[in-house]
Design a protein around this ligand. Structure first.
Ligand SMILES: [Zn+2]
Length: 309
């Protein structure tokens, strides 16, 4: 059989799909059936540019092994590359209880996901999520359970390490979850990125969507406090008008300036009083003119005594 429904199945799950020209007829003959999906990594260097730099080798093969080398490719962005509807050389010798022995190419849909297969290169969340969703869609379409999501390292444990860094038991649980709850995302990859969860600064589990909703709410609150008309009580004593915080700050600044001016004026008056306002000698000399020196001295002493109190 030729698996000419591969592109349709993946698109139906809301995934991004690139059809590599000629895929419908590409293959080393026909598939014998579908008993599962086999996960691989390409082992192409991480420095190779593009979303799916392995496309050429997976489609056309290499000097020692003619292509196709997988039925499907999976790019770093989570985009699927449909390469061959027919049999591809990807499984090699190996076995699985539900599939058989040394018959992987005949019965397993091979997926080569772009990944160097070396430490220090965590799988991009968007790619891994797409790996799970696409696999869930394929297994569902072929009437198989999540147990048929198989790693190459499980098929051939003595030869293979792919897919690198992934615990296939965990992956099967994730695939099962999509098979149970439904994997069709109306928004495709973007929708998946929205639903990826992370821990925020406060230690709360968030999705990108819930986080954006919170930011939205916070901006609305800040707008209300700082800019919305009449949202806050006036900070000016005796002012009954409601204002917003921005106005309140501006009013407070004006109020402070007025108060400062009043204090300056008070200082000026006190200085005047100290330097010229009460000059005991000057008063005494004026009193002398009117009353004569002896009485004037007595009055001046009395005045000085009063002021000293
Ligand atoms: Zn492999």
């Amino acid at each position: 059989m030729m698996l000419t429904n591969l592109a349709g199945i993946l698109r139906g799950a809301g995934l991004k799909v690139v059809e590599v020209p000629g895929w419908q007829t590409r293959g080393h003959g026909q598939m014998a059936g579908v008993r599962g999906v086999l996960w691989h990594h390409t082992a192409t260097a991480a420095s190779a540019a593009g979303d799916y730099p392995s496309q050429n080798i997976v489609t056309n093969g290499r000097s020692d092994l003619p292509g196709p080398l997988a039925n499907l490719g999976l790019g770093r962005s989570g985009t699927w590359y449909v390469i061959a509807a027919g049999l591809a050389y990807h499984a090699g010798t190996g076995s699985h209880p539900a599939v058989g022995t040394n018959n992987g190419n005949n019965y397993l849909i091979g997926i080569e996901a772009e990944h160097p297969g070396t430490p220090g290169h965590p799988w991009p969340a968007v790619q891994l999520d797409s790996y799970r969703r696409g696999t869930a869609a394929l297994l569902k379409a072929f009437g198989l359970g999540s147990d048929r999501c198989i790693g190459h390292k499980e098929w051939a444990p003595n030869r293979k390490i792919d897919p690198y860094g992934l615990d296939m038991n965990v992956e099967r649980r994730c695939v099962a979850e999509y098979m149970n709850k439904g994997f069709k995302a109306p928004g495709g990859i973007e929708e998946m990125a929205f639903n990826d969860s992370f821990t925020d600064w406060a230690g709360n589990k968030q999705t990108v969507k819930s986080w954006m909703d919170n930011v939205d709410k916070r901006i609305a609150q800040l707008y209300h406090i700082f800019l919305a008309p009449g949202s806050e009580p006036s900070r000016i004593p005796g002012d009954k008008n409601r204002t917003n915080l921005r106005d309140a700050v501006m009013d407070s600044t004006a109020w402070t300036a007025i108060s400062y001016g009043m204090i300056q004026e008070l200082h000026r008056k006190v200085d005047e009083l100290e330097t010229g306002g009460v000059d005991v000698d000057a008063i005494a000399s004026r009193v002398i003119e009117r009353l004569g020196p002896q009485i004037a001295d007595a009055v001046a002493d009395k005045l000085a005594e009063r002021l000293a109190q």
